[in-house]
Write a protein of this length. Structure first.
Length: 526
């Protein structure tokens, strides 16, 4: 009897409440894993759609290149423009070659980084193997403990059998020796019966406890398997986030270089604008002095010049019509490209990670934007030429009307040579003025474009910095989660250490889910 009580006291007690909590935690973790699997599948589908859209935009860009080539090969009248466009194209090709070299350097860096990550992955796999070996040792220990408990139960059963035999022998002896004392013997027999029943009940409870502990062990084994799977997923996510960090840092360096080049170009254009403004003032002073000197009316030579000017005006009007038709075509192409770009930008929104992620532009998107800017610059140049032609047309018409008024007045025969010289000087100065105005408008357009590009690059820089900070925070969170999971695997689940670790893990996962939901709401509002 005393041996059986000692074995009962040594057996560990298992709380059902702790087991229920652990089961609930495991169910929650499974639900969260399913949610994240769905999110990953959705992201894959979105990526496939974006690739299809990129292919369509590439086709559109090829069509635009064909139209540009046709426009570049059209007409002897636009030879000067073609030369300018060819120069611009050469500069663009040089810029593209620079970008290619930068891309090659970036790919080399990427390969180095991938090698580093591969080494890190090998180390992590070794650590996981060590953890697996520890887990196997732990399971073996549990099996040994289970065997010990079974041996204790078997000993208890054998002790009970021996006790029963001893009791029966004692009862027989009592019956033989003391036949007269039946009442006392019956009482003793009842007491022994009660004790036997009590021992049977204790055995049943012990068996039930053993079955429950076996179920708990199996559940904990399943939980550990799930936790190891989660660890692998977390490590994969860490690899992806680190790659995104590197991409954003590369984009930052490119943006800073672009900012520096844009600021240099801005300073140069400002210097050009100042020089052109000085020239304009000088030309205005010269024109005023020439207008003061020119008082006398036209002669036959001036009438011939007027006829020539009318012919030139007709030629320029035909040029104007050609430029306007080209401009309309280019504007229609630009509108189509802009609509395609807007459609592409709407669909190519940021996918993951969740905390305020900004878009990292792809190579195709950057090329598309470059081509759009090139087309817009061509349209602006054509508009500038059209406005210049219209201005020159108006100036010549006003000069013609002035000369016709002067011809009605009386003329001196000796002043004809002086008047012709003055008019010729006026036409030369007018042409120079038109050229200067063209240069001014070009520089102003360049300045405005540079300012817009600077603002865009600064915004992109800020966004990329925010993204880097967010990714750093994600890496810290993943490391915390990894440490907690490793501790929970090493700890003995019967002591209740793993329940606190799983609780911390679930709290972090809940926080990440809440942050993601808030960001999705913000993006929808935008």
């Amino acid at each position: 009897m005393s041996n059986s009580n000692e074995t009962q006291e040594k057996e560990p007690k298992v709380d059902e409440s702790e087991l229920k909590k652990k089961n609930e935690m495991l169910v929650r973790a499974e639900k969260k894993i399913k949610k994240k699997d769905k999110q990953i599948n959705n992201l894959k589908a979105e990526l496939e759609k974006k690739q299809e859209e990129l292919d369509s935009t590439k086709k559109k860009l090829d069509k635009v290149d064909q139209t540009n080539n046709k426009n570049n090969n059209g007409g002897e009248a636009n030879k000067d423009q073609l030369l300018e466009l060819q120069k611009e194209n050469e500069e663009l090709y040089q810029f593209i070659e620079q970008l290619k070299t930068e891309n090659e350097n970036g790919e080399k860096k990427r390969i180095e980084i991938e090698q580093k990550f591969a080494n890190q992955l090998l180390q992590s796999e070794k650590e996981i193997e060590n953890l697996r070996s520890e887990r196997e040792q732990y399971s073996k220990m549990l099996e040994k403990e289970y065997e010990k408990t079974q041996s204790i139960v078997n000993n208890n059963e054998s002790n009970q059998k021996n006790n029963k035999k001893d009791q029966e022998k004692e009862i027989k002896k009592d019956q033989e020796n003391e036949k007269g004392t039946n009442e006392s013997n019956q009482k003793k027999y009842e007491e022994l019966k009660n004790e036997r029943n009590h021992l049977k009940e204790k055995l049943k409870t012990k068996k039930e406890n053993l079955s429950e502990t076996q179920e708990e062990l199996e559940k904990e084994k399943e939980g550990k398997k799930k936790l190891s799977k989660k660890l692998q997923d977390m490590k994969r996510a860490l690899g992806a986030s680190s790659q995104q960090l590197q991409n954003t840092s590369i984009n930052n360096s490119q943006l800073t270089e672009q900012n520096e080049s844009l600021e240099k170009a801005k300073k140069q254009t400002e210097m050009k604008v100042k020089a052109l403004e000085k020239k304009i003032k000088e030309f205005e002073n010269k024109i005023e002095s020439l207008n003061k000197e020119s008082h006398e009316p036209n002669t036959d030579k001036n009438q011939k010049k007027l006829h020539n000017l009318e012919k030139q005006l007709k030629k320029k009007s035909t040029k104007l019509e050609l430029y306007e038709t080209k401009n309309l075509k280019l504007e229609s192409d630009l509108k189509k490209l802009n609509t395609a770009l807007k459609h592409f930008k709407k669909k190519a929104k940021p996918t993951t990670p969740k905390k305020g992620k900004k878009t990292i532009k792809s190579k195709n998107e950057i090329e598309l934007e470059k081509k759009v800017t090139e087309l817009s610059e061509q349209v602006n140049n054509l508009n500038g030429q059209i406005t210049d032609l219209k201005k020159s047309k108006k100036i010549k018409k006003s000069k013609k009307s002035k000369r016709s008024k002067k011809s009605k007045k009386s003329k001196k025969p000796n002043d004809t040579d002086e008047i012709s010289n003055i008019n010729s000087n006026n036409t030369e100065e007018g042409n120079l003025m038109n050229k200067v105005l063209k240069d001014l408008e070009k520089t102003k357009d360049e300045n405005s474009n540079l300012i817009i590009q600077l603002q865009k690059s600064e915004n992109a820089k800020k966004e990329s910095l925010n993204e880097i900070n967010r990714l750093k925070q994600l890496v810290v969170n993943f490391k915390r989660i990894e440490e907690i999971i490793l501790k929970s695997i090493i700890l003995n689940p019967l002591t209740g250490g793993s329940s606190t670790a799983i609780g911390i893990f679930n709290n972090i996962m809940d926080q990440n889910d809440e942050d993601g939901d808030d960001e999705e709401k913000k993006s929808l509002k935008k």
